[in-house]
Design a binder for this molecule. Structure first.
Ligand code: CS2
Ligand code: MG
Length: 402
């Protein structure tokens, strides 16, 4: 099954996406998401200028060999750009393989391990009252797991807050907006938020929170301990995770479950976190961690150490990634939860898909392949517009993790 064509489609239906489309001599095509929020064109060029010329003529069924060819053959290994490009190739080849066998992808990954995929939604608000209202809205939609992010009193801006009821979309057109940060304000406030949420919504519903890389390990230990009475499902990205051993300090101080990994792009980024059981959920994604092929290897390592998956699923991961992730989630044994931020209607029109949401769970559908397509004509009506993720500064102006 020879590859005869491969092309990169960059479009911006509400936000920027990069999609790889690989076509074989049989006319079967597969799609892979290659979107890297705020640095999209670097992956588009890596694919068009360096990967596509090496794909033509290869046997599309040799998924593992092609993965190794682009990983080891590039000499320069790992990193978000390289691994997002490899991921796009990988998912497109899995899509082709499953289509050629007229079966949904999950059937090639070991079949269903569960009836449907538990997902979590994003509640947010500028203050506690608005966050309670947003949280209640997600409860009314049937979500069993909901993340809560809230404006921090005394700070003009912070991560994760949708404005005016709009879906939170972090990348903004133009130059990077600068957010304000104060760890002290945050640490004083967050326990109050979850006390109010538990008081309003009771002990059953899964509550999640994203600290988004902003604390030191000991500060994260303190916040985790303060949140223990509210029994979170997880506290995410408590501290920047380049220093994997830093998580030993957090583990030493709190039983609040820890999730990390959306910025990871290989098994080596999380090997020690998993093997020392310093985390409870690994958030690596199909699009940024080398595709289905590599994500399965991370999940298999995690299974040995009772770490569960919790794939990243923000709106900057395209419906192509979402579709592939749901096939993975339906099948992987040590599944935990899947993040689900619904895309805009204009995005969904460009990327028609079979996956669906019902009562807090999702299913990838049973269409052959990953069950996601791209309307290239419509995509062409949404040209790329440069956009950046915000930058964060402490109140004294010091640059801080966003
Ligand atoms: C967040 C994301 O969904 C999450 O957990 O961390 O919103 C993240 O900020 C964006 O995906 C970055 O592009
Ligand atoms: Mg996150």
């Amino acid at each position: 099954m020879k590859i005869t064509d491969a092309k990169v489609i960059v479009c911006s239906p509400g936000r920027n996406f990069v999609t790889l489309k690989i076509t074989t001599e049989d006319g079967i095509y597969g799609l892979g998401d290659a979107t890297l929020n705020g640095r999209e064109l670097s992956v588009a060029s890596y694919l068009s200028d360096h990967v596509v010329p090496l794909l033509i003529g290869r046997d599309a069924r040799r998924i593992e060999d092609i993965w190794q060819y682009f990983y080891k053959g590039a000499y320069w290994r790992r990193g978000p750009v390289t691994m997002s490009a490899i991921a796009a190739v990988d998912v497109a080849l899995w899509d082709i393989q499953a289509k050629s066998l007229n079966t949904p992808l999950y059937q090639l990954l070991g079949g269903r391990s569960r009836e449907a995929v538990l997902v979590y939604g994003h509640a947010s608000g500028e203050d506690v009252e608005k966050t309670l209202g947003s949280f209640g809205h997600f409860v009314s939609l049937g979500y069993k797991a909901i993340r809560a992010q809230c404006g921090i009193p005394g700070l003009s801006s912070t991560y994760g807050i949708g404005h005016g009821g709009a879906v939170y979309e972090p990348a903004e057109k133009g130059l990077p907006p600068e957010n304000q940060w104060s760890t002290e304000h945050y640490m004083r406030f967050i326990p109050q938020l979850f006390a109010a949420l538990r008081k309003e919504f009771g002990p059953e519903i899964h509550m999640l929170h994203d600290a988004h890389h902003k604390l030191t390990p000991i500060e994260a230990g303190r916040v985790g301990k303060d949140l223990e009475p509210h029994r979170l499902f997880w506290m995410e990205d408590p501290t920047p995770a380049e220093l994997q051993e830093g998580f030993r300090i957090i583990r030493h101080h709190t039983t609040t479950p820890i999730a990390v990994g959306e910025v990871f792009n290989s098994i080596f980024d999380c090997q020690h976190l998993i093997q020392e059981q310093l985390v409870d959920y690994i958030r690596t994604t199909v699009v940024h961690a080398g595709g289905i092929t590599h994500l399965r290897k991370i999940a298999n390592l995690a299974e040995l150490y009772q770490v569960r998956t919790g794939c990243h699923g923000a709106t900057d991961l395209s419906p192509v990634c979402m579709g592939a992730a749901l096939h993975f989630d339906l099948s992987v044994h040590n599944f935990g939860v899947q993040e689900y931020m619904p895309h805009t209607a204009e995005t969904d029109k460009v990327f028609p898909h079979a996956y669906s949401f019902k009562d807090g769970f999702m299913h990838p559908g049973d269409r052959p392949g990953i069950g996601v397509d791209i309307d290239e004509k419509l995509a062409a009506q949404y040209p790329y517009e440069r956009a950046y993720l915000p930058v964060n500064r402490k109140l004294d102006g010091t640059l801080h993790s966003w």
